[in-house]
Design a protein around this ligand. Structure first.
Ligand SMILES: C[S@@+](CC[C@H](N)C(=O)[O-])C[C@H]1O[C@@H](n2cnc3c(N)ncnc32)[C@H](O)[C@@H]1O
Length: 240
């Protein structure tokens, strides 16, 4: 079944932008509802894995309303969050204004596939629930690699594909039925949430991301499966 927010190829970005413009105000609330609040602990895990020390430079791509960027900034990193949606960035900036100066990430509008930063700039580059939305996820990883300093950590958090067939069927049924229903009831938009499954079908997920990291010769490449692979974190370090 097709989805109004999923388009292959070059039309992809406009559709994704439209989707997040529509749901930006409810995004955080719906995230809590759909994941039973678990996304918070997965994002904290990303921030722990980032291992930032005060003064480190961190970049969070597809930052949305800023959860991961805030977590990195709280740990003392000079953090930049990048997203192409003005509406999501508006929410992120609103949250940022509640924080003490010095703890505030800098939010920048831009395309994760064409980053406005020089090579070898950041000590950590993260992306949460973003790679799956890009026209080319490989290009996204290439850009993460390009702007990372030698020794930097690259971390990807996204929906995964469980290897166990039974669990995958249950989980996909949840994405097909309950997630759009929650979207309809609380956001008035089932299609925006049906998009998650549609985008996941076209995304090769955690094991392909690990392959790509190995192809880039990253060190200590790891896949951390969460909830039996329904979610996953990919980790790798740029060689020195
Ligand atoms: C599902 S949200 C994730 C937000 C946040 N990282 C989180 O985990 O809550 C995906 C975000 O990716 C952004 N996005 C999608 N494609 C993008 C692109 N090509 N460049 C920059 N941001 C993009 C969207 O605007 C949206 O804010």
């Amino acid at each position: 079944m097709s989805n109004e927010f999923y388009a292959p190829g070059e039309q992809r970005a406009a559709k994704v932008n439209d989707l997040f413009a529509r749901i930006a105000r409810r995004y955080d609330f719906l995230n809590d509802l759909q994941s039973f609040g678990l996304h918070r602990s997965w994002k904290r895990r990303v921030a722990r894995l980032a291992g930032v020390t005060p003064g480190a430079r961190a970049l969070d791509l597809c930052c949305g309303t800023g959860d991961i960027a805030f977590a990195l900034a709280r740990r003392g990193a000079a953090t930049t969050g990048l997203d192409f949606s003005p509406q999501m960035l508006e929410v992120a900036n609103g949250r940022s204004r509640q924080l003490a100066a010095g703890r505030q990430p800098q939010f920048v509008q831009g395309d994760a596939q064409q980053l406005p930063f020089p090579n070898h700039t950041f000590d950590v580059v993260t992306i949460g629930y973003g790679l799956r939305n890009l026209t080319s996820w490989e290009r996204g990883v290439d850009e993460m690699f390009r702007v990372a300093r030698p020794g930097a950590r690259l971390i990807v958090l996204d929906f995964g594909k469980p290897l166990n067939a039974w669990w995958r069927a249950v989980y996909f049924a949840h994405l097909r039925l309950s997630v759009p229903l929650i979207g309809l009831l609380f956001c008035g938009n089932a299609s925006a949430y049906a998009y998650i499954l549609e985008s996941l079908k076209h995304y090769p997920a955690q094991f392909a991301v690990a392959e790509k990291m190995r192809a880039l010769k990253l060190k200590n490449v790891r896949v951390i499966n969460l909830l039996g692979g329904a979610m996953a974190i990919n980790y790798g370090e740029k060689p020195r």
